[in-house]
Design a protein. Structure first.
Length: 262
């Protein structure tokens, strides 16, 4: 499982304050903490409250790169902001994210090609959130087709079925899980899959339990990557164990410790 740490986000009070005050130590400590807990990449988002995202995102990228070579997942709804982050990136990058909106794809696919970045694509369109598996698959196929026409390698594409909160969209949970499995058959080679895990428990009680359970089920459906909190030890232990049971790692009595050392 490719883990993208979610904690460098201006929506969190400590990160938002650090961005405003240009406090590198807070940002760098957050990056290194996530690395120590098992993150393979770091999501970087200056947050919706940022008054100067064109300046804030590049500052975050440069600040993080001073302490780690982990790939950076540049997270913004604005292509111009994404490009400013890409310009200063020395680490490998992931663009987070495009949608099936043609205007958005026309802006971000060329950037992904130019900067040799991977790309997350959310299966949502200008018509709104898909209501079932078939709509998700239709949007996914449209995204893959556009990537192929643009000459963007599909193996560098991560499709996101858009996870919704279970307390308001319980009826969609099974379709979301099945979409993860079926996205792989859209093309050859197939795209990878990713989810924003914390969305599933948004506004609910027992958030950590819901996150752990959904992640375990998603892994069984073939999930490749997740944006999550790697500092949630129970969550990470559950993920390691799920992959062990699926024979992705070799068993030993100290498998948790062994996996972390790896």
């Amino acid at each position: 499982m490719f883990i993208i740490g979610e904690l460098i986000n201006g929506m969190y009070a400590n990160i938002g304050t650090a961005i405003k005050e240009r406090n590198k130590k807070t940002i760098q400590a957050c990056a290194l903490d996530q690395l120590a807990c098992g993150a393979d990449a770091l999501d970087v988002n200056c947050g919706p409250a940022s008054r100067q995202p064109l300046v804030d995102l590049p500052w975050l990228v440069e600040t993080i790169q001073e302490v780690t070579h982990l790939p950076l997942c540049l997270d913004s709804s604005k292509p111009l902001v994404i490009e400013e982050g890409l310009k200063v990136a020395r680490n490998k990058t992931i663009i987070n994210s495009t949608t099936a909106d043609p205007e958005k794809m026309d802006a971000l696919l060329p950037l992904a090609k130019k900067y040799k970045s991977k790309l997350i694509a959310i299966t949502i369109s200008t018509k709104g959130i898909p209501q079932n598996k078939h709509q998700r698959l239709e949007l996914a196929a449209y995204i893959v087709d556009n990537c192929q026409k643009a000459g963007f390698p599909v193996e560098d594409l991560y499709l996101d079925p858009i996870v919704l909160p279970v307390n308001v969209a319980q009826i969609q949970m099974k379709d979301i899980l099945e979409s993860i499995a079926e996205f792989k058959f859209i093309s050859e080679p197939g795209p990878k899959t990713v989810i924003g895990l914390s969305n599933v428990s948004q506004g609910a009680q027992f958030r950590s339990l819901i996150n752990r359970t959904f992640l375990t089920m998603a892994v069984a459906y073939g999930l490749d990557s997740a944006i999550l909190d790697p500092k949630d030890k129970e969550l990470m232990d559950t993920l390691i164990t799920a992959e062990l049971i699926l024979n992705k790692n070799i068993y030993c009595d100290s498998f948790l410790e062994a996996y972390r050392k790896k």
